[in-house]
Structures are given as structure tokens and as C-alpha cells.
Design a protein around this ligand. Sequence first.
Ligand code: MRU
Length: 370
Amino acid sequence: MKVCLFSLYANSRETEVSEPVQALRWRDAPQGGYLQMIDQTRLPAVFEYLDYDSAETVAEGIRSMVVRGAPAIGVAAAYGVALEAMRLCHIVSDQDFSAALDKGFAKLAASRPTAVNLFWALNRMRACCNQHAGLAKPALAATLLAEAKVIHEEDIRINRTIGEKGAALLPDRARVLTHCNAGALATAGHGTALGVIRSAVLAGKTISVIADETRPFLQGARLTAWEMVQENIPVTLITDNMAGHMMARGEIDAVVVGTDRVAANGDVANKIGTYMVAVLAHRHQIPFYVACPLSTIDMTLASGDLIPIEERAHEEVTGYRDYQWAAHGVAVRNPSFDVTPAELVTAIITEKAVIYRPDAKGMTALFDQG
Ligand code: MRU
């Protein structure tokens, strides 16, 4: 069901909290409540929240990219588990309840493969479930909802910390290139890469953003540009193939991106095209920073080659929405992410520490430190 439809190019968007924009929000209701998520497939033309009330509908929201961005996907999945537990409370048998809830977990886990935050959040919800297995079903559902809310709030706090640490790395008057959208829309709030930029601006620095449009889903053109325009942070939109030219002309001082999964050796999976940007940044001796929470780091994978890369629908490449510009029948590839080798990364900015020149040793130390 659709609610809260705001105007086209909604520059006068309503907001309830000091966060720039809330990609997800919980709504209490007499029957227990529901999740709302901004439909990011329609921004910026339409600003609209959609309602979600089960694991299946949340999984579909993730798959169809109503919600996207690694941390936001994790938060959505956590709420998906809580919603499913609430929905299944009427089941009398404990065994049937557990089996049905397991199906909900499985649907959420199958929604998108690359962002590890999805699996991190599901593991955390599973642990919460196991820890409170003895509770009556309504109490268990309430406990799972409380855990989802904690994950949600934690993400905002973590992003603010990442932002502060990252802001210190940007010089005043920096012109910062970013790829895809790692902003408030991609997280519970503040953003990771855009969080660094927001925090630098809050700290009084003059920062301007160069946003890659980010073919084929246009997260840069549609989402990053919109977020920056909302907050009056100067932003210039370029097509993906213009970044090298701008770097060669000395018009970019730093690159800051987010990530969907970092491997144990510091290799970074992010939106397709990030690798190209990193190679160019290296060539032009421009710092290439990756901002992410610890929940995006997957220490179970030795290197980036092992990160599952999602392949999405060919229609995303052959056209946009109802319009097809490529020849019918043409062969297409649509890998949605690529892997930037650690050697091209100047630093990974996390809530705990900034890891310069990341490698297996540095990543292990990050988790070993108290
Ligand atoms: O396909 P998407 O839009 O979910 O991809 C998002 C990205 O690649 C982001 O850069 C990444 O998830 C980090 S979001 C803080």
C-alpha cells in the first residue's frame, strides 16, 4: 500500500527528525506496526513511502531495490524478521512457528547476494531468536522488534562516527568524487561516504561533491545528487566516463565511496565502476577512501575474488524503465558490483579506526584490538 506521496522533485520534503532523510522508519499501529521504506526506484521524481508487513514483502523490497545500500538492506532485513515473527504469532505449535520463521529468514537471505550487511543482520536476529527461544511468541516478536530498532539506531550512530573520522582526512575546499550512493538513503541515516562529506561540512569545511551518475541504475544521478541538493552541499553530476578527464585536469582532490563487502585482505566490493575509479585515482595520485561500518567487513572471505557478485536484469542495461534504447536480442552483461584490490585503497574508514593501506594484517588487527 502506498502512503505519504510528496510532490515531484520534492525539494520541500517533510521530515520528522534531524536526520537528513530516513530511508526506513518503523510505524507503530494497533495491530503491532509496520515498516515504511522510501521507494528509491522512483526518486527523485516521486518521494513516496511504501508499507511492509512481512519477511516476503521486505525481501521483495530489497530485491527490487526499493531499499538499497548495504547498511539499509541489513536494517530492512532485521525488521523483516521481526515483522514475520509478529505475523506468525497465531501459530500454536512451537515447531511450526520455528519452521515458518525459518522460511522468512531464507526469503530475506535470498534477496540480494553481495552486501554482507544483509547476512550480518540476519545472523544477529537469529542469535536474538535463539537467546529468547523460551519466550511466548508475542514476547519473542516484541524482543525481535526491539533488536531491529537497536540495529537501526546503532547504524546512525556508527555512521556519525565514521563521518567524523573521515572528515578529518578531507582538506578544506576539497572536491570529492563519489560513486553510487552511500548516503542517508543507503543507510539508517547520515550515510557512510556521504556521511564523511556531511560531517566535513558540519565541521565547517567547504566541500564540493562530484557525483558519478552510476550506470545502469543511476544511484549517483538520482540519489546522491538529490541528497546533496536537499542539503545545499554543492554537487556536480558527471557521467561515469568523465571521471578520468576531470582527474587529469586536477579537478578532483579525493575519492570517497562506500562498500557492500570488504574481504579479509582489504579488497573492496562496491557498485560496478568503482574499480575503474580506483585505477584512475591511483594513476593520478588522488586518495581513494572507502567508508564502511565493521558490519560490512567479511573476515570469512580471504580475498575479494570470493565475494559473490550479483548479476541483475538485462533490462537495466538495454534501457530505462519502459524505454529500450539497445537493439532487441543483443547479448548483455549486468554485474552489479566489482572488486577494487586493496592495493588501490588509500584507507578504509570504520567507526573503530582508519586502516591505511589495508591488507590482511591490518584487517585482522582491526578486529583483534579491544
Ligand atoms: O546496488 P546498490 O544500490 O544496493 O549498491 C549500493 C552500493 O554499492 C553502495 O556504495 C554500498 O552499498 C555502500 S552504502 C553505504
